[in-house]
Design a protein around this ligand. Structure first.
Ligand code: NVA
Length: 305
């Protein structure tokens, strides 16, 4: 992965996905500080809010001996104060790597096109690869395997669902998704997922009913119905997604040792019933923790020796 961009899970081979999982697990065991990225700087550009991504990238750089600089959209003005290409070319003269959270996926692609340093997608409207890598690491930790497992996603075929589907398809985990009409995974992502699945033997199932997806699944995952930037659609989406809440009754249909996952922030009482995140099936805060370990592995794979 040395020197590569990470814009989509589609940029990674299954071997690279496994490389990140294994390295992240090693780094988690070792905890502590290292000097792998001594003298290296990460620029963090955020067009949207962030808790986990911002803090985990910052702490990751610190623990690896490097440094990070946070830039909000108010300061940078990507494509408003300054063209994306100029931001990319300027930052490339100062820093060793850029992580960007953008609205349009095309923005992070444009940054990568014009930067001479690697660019990591820290969430775009299209994908959330860092989340998916932390998620697959979490699933592997909990289930001690990936091939042949079944991951059910309930809700919007959004950035989180897209990256998770691609990651599952890459490593041979089956992926079932139940979405209301009009909110399915994008066709382009599905085509890529099907190609990965053909190579790994994973099965991808597109369903309408949450219970069909959850039945006998090893993992049940959900995300918000209204993502950042879609706030004006909130009421419309609440109606469209009624019946897509993950609650205790739905989880009963899953495998006995099911784990519940959510990338956070959660809208408690909307996509997930109150109490589920605090239940013993929930691994939500392990996922959140693993963002740190997975991103340390990603940074080390891209920048390290
Ligand atoms: N789908 C959500 C994920 C937040 C981490 C969003 O894009 O807002």
């Amino acid at each position: 992965m040395k020197g590569k961009d990470l814009l989509s899970i589609g940029d990674l081979t299954p071997e690279e996905v496994w490389g990140i999982i294994n390295r992240a697990i090693q780094m988690k065991k070792r905890r502590g500080m290292s000097t792998i990225l001594a003298g290296k700087t990460l620029a963090l550009i955020f067009e949207k809010p962030s808790l986990r991504t911002k803090v985990s990238f910052d702490v990751a750089m610190y623990q690896l001996g490097g440094h990070s600089v946070y830039l909000s959209q108010a300061e940078v003005g990507l494509a408003s104060r300054e063209p994306i290409a100029d931001v990319a070319r300027t930052l490339s003269r100062y820093v060793d790597i850029i992580a960007a959270r953008t609205f349009a996926h095309a923005t992070v692609e444009s940054l990568a096109k014009h930067a001479t340093v690697p660019v990591i997608n820290a969430l775009s409207d299209g994908e959330h690869p860092c989340q998916a890598l932390a998620d697959i690491m979490t699933i592997y930790e909990k289930k001690e395997k990936l091939e042949g497992l079944t991951v059910a996603f309930i809700g919007d075929g959004n950035n989180v669902a897209s990256s998770l589907m691609l990651t599952c398809a890459s490593v041979g985990a089956n992926f079932k998704i139940a979405s209301p009409k009009g909110y399915e995974l994008p066709e382009k992502i599905l085509r890529l997922g099907r190609r990965f699945a053909q190579q790994s033997g994973a099965k991808i199932s597109l369903l309408k009913q949450p219970r069909e997806a959850v039945e006998d699944s090893d993992v049940v995952y959900t995300d918000v119905w209204t993502s950042m930037g879609q706030e004006v659609e909130m009421e419309k989406r609440r109606k469209a997604f009624a019946g897509y809440q993950v609650n205790a009754k739905l989880l009963k249909l899953a495998a006995k040792d099911v784990i519940f996952m959510h990338d956070l922030p959660a809208h408690h009482g909307e996509e997930v019933a109150p109490g589920i995140i605090d239940s013993k099936q929930s691994v939500v805060f392990d996922q959140a923790e693993n963002r740190l370990h997975a991103q340390k592995a990603i940074l080390a794979e891209i920048l390290g020796k």
